[in-house]
Design a protein around this ligand. Structure first.
Ligand code: PMP
Length: 430
């Protein structure tokens, strides 16, 4: 690493003596891409500044929440005003109602929302709700989808029988892992087989309808429709985990892009405008089974926190206007043009994009629809050149499996700039 990162290096040296791996979330340690992590001290619009005063055009945007860019004046103003009235009540406040109204306007099929403090909590609570409502204990998830770090969601397919799953983390008991069935994405037969065998024990299918945690694995609409039908047939619920995709492509969810209505939608990231908020959305008859009216327990000291609700409200109000998505769609076209032009010259990659979410798969062939289609050489190349992109003033996720996010603060020149940075690297090293 060059001297450019002196202060970050110093901070990391100290951090590793205080926090496991020096971080509070593993991917931040840069293990996949090598070298020490960069420490940030400021974000403004599309730009972040690190501890050494290097500036980057940020294509990570806190992993998705910042669809309006860093420190959007309206969001900062709303949060500042709210915090002057008190940081937390742990009691009812009007701001919860205001954000709830907006969320239920965006997800008009439903009439109840419960707020939590993270995406993990939202999915964890949605699974409990589905189990409580159906009286069944198993759930079905997919290899290539991530749903946070609750025990029953840190499970992957075993190598043997299709219905045999194993924990993907130490510390998750086998008994818990055994209640989660895992199928490959994009494979109707596998799901049919599982439902034939265990259909009457499955409480819910949970998936990211736009999987964006193992690359951007765009699914066939018929496949998502098939999942809707098979859950209805077997009395299971369908949970769309829209922690990334919710409010990202429109004032609504990916469910609206594909015209499929799940039983429960989970949200996170954008719904809190950069503050820690998650949410579950469902119909009254499902959601009212939560305590206090129902018997399914779920709670949180900081749930519905007034400052977080205010940031979420300011964000959703801007998204509702529509001009944000117009700008993002325009930018998306620029991305397509830039990366398609690059592809014509260097025909060894695919550029996958859904709205303002994009992913560079640095290998030949079709865009992957399941993690098994992702080529190891693509992962290796991205990780190898991650620092070269950073050195050129662009911040991208420190792992090849992660997608890039554009915000309304990004402009045409930022997109052209990163395409040029990649071209520079292709020319120099390939
Ligand atoms: N679901 C999805 C689809 C996610 O992408 C994430 C986090 N990236 C989560 C759940 C967990 O959210 P959090 O990190 O806020 O707990």
């Amino acid at each position: 690493m060059s001297d450019r990162y002196t202060k970050s290096k110093e901070l990391y040296k100290k951090a590793i003596t205080l926090m496991p791996g020096g971080v509070n979330s593993p991917v931040r340690a840069f293990a996949a891409v090598g070298g020490e992590p960069v420490f940030f001290k400021r974000g403004q619009g599309a730009i972040v500044t690190d501890a050494d005063d290097n500036k980057y055009v940020d294509f990570c945007q806190s992993w998705g929440p910042l669809i309006l860019g860093h420190a959007h004046p309206k969001v900062v103003e709303a949060a500042t005003l709210a915090l002057q009235d008190g940081l937390s009540f742990g009691a009812c406040c009007e701001k919860e109602i205001e954000l709830a109204d907006l969320v239920l306007e965006a997800f008009g099929e439903y009439d109840r929302v419960r707020f939590v403090s993270s995406g993990t909590e939202a999915v964890m609570s949605a699974v409990r709700l589905a189990r409580g409502v159906t009286g069944r204990s198993k759930i079905l998830k997919f290899d290539g989808c991530y749903h946070g770090h609750a025990d029953h969601l840190l499970v992957k397919a075993g190598s043997g029988l299709i219905t045999q799953s194993i924990a993907s983390s130490a510390g998750v008991p086998d008994e818990i892992a055994s209640q989660t069935l895992v199928a490959p994405l994009d494979d109707e037969k596998a799901v049919e087989q599982i439902f034939e065998k265990e259909g009457n024990e499955i409480a819910a299918i949970v998936l990211e309808p736009m999987p964006a945690n193992a690359g951007l694995l765009v699914q066939r609409k018929e496949y998502l429709q098939f999942l809707r039908e098979i859950t209805l047939k077997h009395g299971a619920l369908l949970i769309f985990d829209e922690v990334i995709s919710g409010l990202r492509l429109r004032f609504g969810g990916y469910m609206h892009e594909v015209g499929i209505t799940p039983d429960i939608v989970t949200l996170g990231k954008i719904v809190g405008g950069g503050m820690p908020v998650g949410a579950l959305v469902a119909k009254e008859e499902v959601m009212e089974q939560f305590a206090p009216n129902g018997t399914i327990y779920q709670a949180g000291t900081l749930s519905g926190n007034p400052v977080a609700m205010a940031a979420g409200k300011a964000t959703l109000e801007l998204l509702k206007e529509g001009s944000v998505f117009e700008h993002l769609n325009q930018l998306g076209k620029v991305q397509d043009e830039c990366f398609n032009a690059l592809k014509e010259k260097y025909a060894f990659f695919n550029f996958v994009r859904q709205g303002s979410v994009s992913w560079l798969h640095l290998a030949e062939g079709d865009s992957p629809r399941s993690p098994a289609d992702v080529k190891p050489e693509a992962i290796e190349l991205y990780n190898k050149h991650h620092r070269d992109i950073l050195d050129r003033g662009y911040y991208i996720a420190p792992s090849a499996w992660e997608v890039a996010f554009a915000s309304v603060a990004h402009q045409k020149e930022h997109i052209e700039g990163i395409a040029n940075a990649w071209e520079d690297i292709f020319k120099k090293y390939m």
